[in-house]
Design a protein around this ligand. Structure first.
Ligand SMILES: [Ca+2]
Ligand SMILES: [Ca+2]
Length: 342
């Protein structure tokens, strides 16, 4: 196991007891519920899983604050009450954006995971995703559902636009993929999982994912069939909960189908990389749809060993910016203001 130059885990533990020095002290009060991540260089990606995670390459990020948990329904409600924000899922789609779509399919709604009793083809996700009329963040499982018991669960059914609007209201930003992955690794550089090398250390569930045969059989051994309260599982080495599992999280970066190669020289490690470009993020399998895609990170409660082993910091997924689902949420970051002398 290789640690970052500044021993991240020790630092994280010290953080919970000690005041923060320098200009970070200024932000400490206003950044309640956030964790300070010291900058560093790390190995991003993985060569051992899906092709989009490769190649492993060194990346450097500056220090930043990040939310300790995904944004909860309680927090999102505060935002909506303050701003009157209407989420993408609550707006009827514009036919211009969806050439070829049947008019009867153009309604306000969102994708809800609806487990089938059997599946014929694991490559056809339409068997378990239902574009449900009336599903939105307040009604996560359809018009008859509500969030009364879910205030501490992550908000879901939020598009990229919704996540960005929340971040702007809160005076925050969305993380880059590199920032997100660096924080998710919790100080463990190059490890497979956010908590080390073992999937279930001591037989303990470390994140809300799927146990059993996806998508028909969820044994819920971790205690949760769908989302879970955001602190139900142990934090990582930086004190962050739910980086892995529960809900996928939006990042600010445009999707790219693979990472850049590692640089041959230590001098030339990319600093604060910002991902791909908007045009290249379009889905080549759907050329008629011109909706660009952002990178999601961390996997969700639907990630299962037999279907989607994306409950790892290196894992990534492309999501169209207009899409919202019952297993995608987000968290925010704050980047320190540059001092006048810098
Ligand atoms: Ca679960
Ligand atoms: Ca997560």
């Amino acid at each position: 196991m290789i640690r970052h130059t500044a021993d991240f885990r020790a630092w994280g533990i010290a953080m919970s007891h000690a005041a923060i020095d320098r200009n970070e002290a200024r932000s400490n009060e206003e950044n309640t519920g956030m964790v300070w991540i010291p900058g560093g260089t790390f190995r991003m990606g993985s060569n051992d899983h899906y092709p989009e995670e490769a190649p492993v390459h060194r990346v450097a990020v500056d220090a930043f604050w990040i939310d300790r948990t995904p944004v909860t329904n309680r927090q999102f409600k505060e935002f909506v009450n303050a701003t009157g924000h209407v989420t993408t899922a609550q707006i009827v789609p514009d036919p211009k954006d969806y050439p070829g779509a049947l008019t009867k399919m153009l309604y306000a709604g969102s994708l809800v995971f609806s487990p089938p009793s059997r599946v014929t083809d694991l490559g056809d996700w339409s068997q378990w995703w239902d574009f449900m009329k009336g599903a939105n963040w307040r009604r996560p499982y359809g018009p008859k559902s509500n969030i009364r018991q879910l205030h501490d669960h992550p908000v879901v059914h939020v598009s990229y636009r919704d996540a960005l609007a929340y971040a702007q209201w809160a005076g925050k930003e969305l993380p880059t993929e590199a920032e997100w992955e660096f924080a998710a690794r919790g100080g463990l550089d190059g490890e497979e999982f956010a908590w080390g090398t073992t999937f279930m250390p001591g037989g303990k569930h470390m994140a809300n994912i799927w146990q059993g045969n996806f998508p028909t059989q969820n044994s819920c051994e971790d205690g949760f069939e769908r989302t879970s309260p955001v602190t139900a599982f142990p934090p990582n080495g930086c004190g962050l909960h739910d980086m892995i599992g529960n809900v996928w999280e939006w990042t600010a970066d445009w999707w790219s189908s693979k990472h850049e190669p590692d640089t041959a020289k230590a001098c030339c490690v990319p600093q604060n990389p910002r991902g791909g470009c908007e045009y290249a993020s379009l889905d080549p399998a759907q050329p008629e749809i011109r909706i660009p895609r952002k990178v999601l990170k961390g996997g969700s409660h639907l990630c299962a060993p037999n279907y989607c082993r994306r409950y790892r910091p290196a894992a990534r997924h492309a999501e169209p910016v207009d899409t919202s689902t019952s297993h995608v949420g987000f968290r925010c970051v704050v980047r320190p203001k540059q001092s006048a002398s810098a």
